[in-house]
Design a protein around this ligand. Structure first.
Ligand code: PLP
Length: 336
């Protein structure tokens, strides 16, 4: 199956599995798993932060950031369709007594800082305390402009907000803009990165920040039941991902661009794609043909889970040839 539903569908390569199999392990809750320790040091160094924490998922990583930055009755600002607001089960409210303040994204996936300013609450006991500004990069597959990230840093300092980057796919942004990841992460106090998406690890995210911050987040991780024991085999996959799978991300971006260019030529598909886009192509199709398109694609060995508004995601298990097959399948379907 050629599966474009998500970059979370990547499977560990034989080389990655070998690294997992050979990993030295210990009890990480005791701080004694050498491979987890190595990953945390390695990830912190790559991200330009003092320390890092290995966690089960991006959702857990973001939740730990919220619980560590904010207390009960505090507020965080995030995008209306941001993962940290919309797709994390209300964890901040349910588990932390933390209130979200969602704000619509602009077309380029930024949050307008003047709008953000207008939502920061005055120090008055009628209001929640606005503590944290959360930015997502990439957002809907779009790499945010570097100049914007600098603006965010200055804005947050001026307005006494902490900053967190939901950088689930921040390496895609760095590859697309041809910058070192630290040029992105330097603008934020804390950063969460997913290893389980385009980087190809089966499980795992890292939360990066200052020593003190990570110490506190480590405590929250245990509270949430996220202390893992011999997690070194998973950490080994993440080390492998950080070592081997970053440099190739622009292949995914090139594949997405080729896909977008060719689908644009089909009259019945409305493609949403611009120069910020990394490994995602969004298409609008007639709701009436969604079911038959899905059936057709499955018969071609292709999974897209078509909807009227469909996201196609390229990743390390999708080759250039797969993209050509996909384009050919779309062309034949819409010619019928
Ligand atoms: C995938 C994703 C996460 C975390 O997802 P998990 O499935 O919990 O690992 C967080 N933020 C964004 C923007 C994501 O795309």
């Amino acid at each position: 199956m050629i599966d474009l539903r998500s970059d979370t569908l990547t499977k560990p390569s034989d080389e990655m599995k070998k690294a997992m199999f050979q990993a030295e392990v210990g009890d990480d809750v005791y701080g004694e798993d050498p491979t987890v320790n190595k990953l945390e040091i390695f990830a912190a160094e790559i991200m330009g932060k003092e320390n890092a924490l290995f966690v089960a998922s991006g959702t857990q990583s973001n939740l730990l950031a919220l619980l560590t930055h904010c207390g009960r009755g505090d507020e965080y600002i995030a995008g209306q369709h941001a993962h940290m607001y919309k797709y994390e089960g209300g964890g901040a409210a349910a588990l932390g007594g933390i209130q979200p303040q969602p704000i619509d994204f602009e077309d380029n996936s930024t949050l307008d800082l003047e709008k953000v300013r207008s939502y920061i609450k005055k120090d008055d006991y009628h209001f929640a305390r606005t503590k944290l500004l959360c930015i997502e990069n990439t957002q809907s597959g779009k790499a945010l402009p570097m100049s914007y990230l600098k603006d965010v840093k200055l804005f947050a300092a001026t307005n006494k907000l902490n900053t967190h980057l939901d950088g689930a796919r921040a390496f895609n942004a760095a590859a697309k803009l041809n910058v070192d990841i630290t040029a992105i992460t330097n603008n934020f106090e804390t950063v969460s990165i997913c290893l389980s998406k385009g980087l190809g690890a089966p499980v795992g995210s890292v939360l990066c920040g200052s020593k003190d911050f990570i110490k506190e987040a480590r405590r929250w991780r245990k509270v949430l039941g996220g202390g893992m024991r011999q997690a070194g085999s998973l950490a080994a996959a993440c080390i492998y991902a950080l070592t081997n799978n970053i440099h190739r991300l622009n292949e995914d971006h090139d594949n997405a661009q080729l896909l977008a260019t060719e689908l644009q030529k089909i009259d019945d598909i409305n493609v949403e794609y611009n120069s910020q886009q990394t490994n995602m192509v969004f298409i609008h199709i007639d709701p009436k043909i969604v079911d038959s398109l899905n059936t057709f694609m499955i018969s071609e060995g292709i999974m897209i889970s078509a909807e009227p508004y469909t996201r196609l995601v390229t990743h390390l298990n999708i080759s250039h040839d797969d993209i050509l097959k996909l384009i050919d399948a779309f062309q034949r379907f819409f010619k019928r």
